[in-house]
Design a protein around this ligand. Structure first.
Ligand SMILES: [Zn+2]
Length: 91
């Protein structure tokens, strides 16, 4: 007798097992600290370019170093910003 159920297995939600031992801990480039604080950079969209025609504040979530406050590398790289898709406003 097989222990395996017959027929198709019930669909599981796709789960990816991640071994955190294999993941690098991101450390602050400035001070080596590895604890980060969730914070927001506020971008102000001027009325001229805003789809609403009004000045708009856009919060961009970043992580800043819990020790020295430096923002995690790659999170707020101005040159990278152009490659990212445009922020979508829910109007
Ligand atoms: Zn730091």
């Amino acid at each position: 007798m097989s222990m395996h159920p017959k027929g198709p297995l019930p669909r599981k939600q796709q789960q990816v097992q991640v071994d955190l031992k294999q993941a690098d801990t991101i450390k602050c480039k400035e001070c080596g600290n590895y604890l980060w604080i969730q914070s927001f950079v506020l971008k102000k969209l001027s009325a001229l370019v805003s789809p609403t025609g009004q000045e708009t504040m856009i919060p961009v979530q970043v992580f800043s170093c819990g020790n020295c406050g430096k923002i995690a590398e790659g999170m707020l790289d101005e040159s990278e910003e152009e490659k990212k898709p445009d922020f979508k406003l829910d109007i």
